[in-house]
Design a binder for this molecule. Structure first.
Ligand code: PLP
Ligand code: COI
Length: 361
């Protein structure tokens, strides 16, 4: 029997080694936004009231207690950020300190232990460095998506926070989130669905918000829309956000984006607001009444995965109203300028005047 186990173990190890050293890198120009195995993931456990050291593994599974709080009560958070290969051969990670801060805020929101910004950054840099061969080349249009995850691992059956947690980061090379890339796509208002309640968990990056969006999201896709534009859940009067991205509208040289207690504070949106100011535009972060959609010259969804996804049209199905933004099917001039500026900073083609990138030589 011992012989059988030792044989199985050896076969497993051989497989891991083969996976690690023989896994081919993908065809960069054909990448979409989907899971793909890479060489290593990074882990760090929280036990006895403190975070441990960073561990490196090629194992893509997690042994879990059947009563772990992440499984039963959704004590789970994630983050999303990207790394880019520059023309100079340096890798740039876009604003990881902001993801560290947002994860800390999420931890406060669902009673998980916070990790220091330093430890978070060390883990991100390690995950990217160890999987360097998966960072898509400069000019490919693709990037390395970095997915940190934090879960409650110890058992509770009463509704209480766990005592133990696991933080991990995996990475994967990705192409555009919406298959159309920078081509404008249609979105839809489905008034019979909400994603997050005001004063609920919408401002935190927790899995439950995404579970709550699945039915409406799939319905929108089946109807030919790329995403749902959610309205505020209380009054259905104001624009909230677009499925996995924030919303912005452009009119009269002004960048307008919703302020709401039920949307995720997007790091991309924060960056675009700064870039809009740098370009001499006015920026307004305020409630956006749904009827105001008819006044926008351009509109877009923005996020790490989506970058900027210009919106061609928003259909408010129940009210039977259609808001049109792009007349020729192309992105508008402001969306295009913002997109090009953001990509240029991320790729290292333009000076990073705000000090957003963490550069790995
Ligand atoms: N809103 C939601 C619901 C998201 O999932 C995301 C993606 O992270 C965003 C907005 C955009 O945030 P960020 O720009 O930080 O990626
Ligand atoms: C991101 O843009 O990083 C996201 O998390 C969006 C989505 C893939 C959930």
């Amino acid at each position: 029997m011992d012989f059988v186990f030792s044989f199985i173990n050896k076969a497993y190890l051989c497989n891991q080694i083969l996976n690690t050293f023989c896994m081919e890198t993908p065809n960069w120009s054909e990448l979409s936004f989907g899971y793909m195995p890479t060489d290593y993931n990074i882990r760090c456990a929280y036990r006895n009231g403190k975070w441990g050291t960073l561990e490196i593994t090629s194992d893509t599974t997690i042994p879990m207690h059947v009563a772990a709080t992440s499984l039963h009560y959704g004590q789970e958070a994630f983050e999303g950020l990207k790394a880019f290969m520059g023309k100079d051969g340096k890798i740039r990670i876009f604003r990881p300190d902001e993801n560290a801060k947002r994860l800390q805020s999420t931890c406060d929101g669902i009673m998980m232990p916070k990790m220091s910004t330093e430890l978070f950054l060390e883990a991100v840099v390690k995950a990217v460095t160890l999987n360097k061969r998966f960072v898509p080349p400069y000019g490919s249009g693709a990037s390395l998506y970095i997915r940190p995850l934090l879960i409650g691992t110890s058992p509770q059956v009463g509704v209480k926070p766990a005592d133990e947690y696991l933080f991990l980061i995996f990475v994967m090379p990705v192409g555009p989130y919406f298959k159309e890339g920078f081509k404008p796509t249609p979105m839809v208002i489905l008034r019979q669905y909400d994603r997050a309640a005001p004063l609920g968990t919408g401002t935190y990056k927790v899995g439950g918000n995404y579970a709550a969006s699945l039915v409406a999201g799939e319905k929108a896709h089946a109807m030919g829309y790329s995403a749902v534009l959610y309205l505020d859940a209380k009054e259905k009067k104001y624009v909230d956000e677009c499925g996995p991205a924030n919303f912005f509208g452009i009119k009269n040289n002004t960048y307008i984006t919703p302020e709401s207690t039920s949307i995720l504070p997007s790091i991309t949106n924060k960056s675009l607001m700064q870039l809009a100011r740098d370009m001499g535009m006015k920026v307004e972060q305020r409630r956006v009444p749904v009827e105001e959609l008819s006044t926008f010259e351009e509109a877009g969804a923005c996020g790490t995965a989506a970058v900027i996804s210009p919106i061609i049209r928003i259909d408010d199905i129940v009210e039977n109203i259609s808001y049109q933004f792009s007349k020729n099917g192309e992105a508008g001039p402001v969306c295009t300028r913002l997109y090009e500026k953001l990509r240029a900073i991320q790729n290292g083609d333009e000076p990073d005047v705000h000090g957003w990138n963490v550069v790995i030589d």
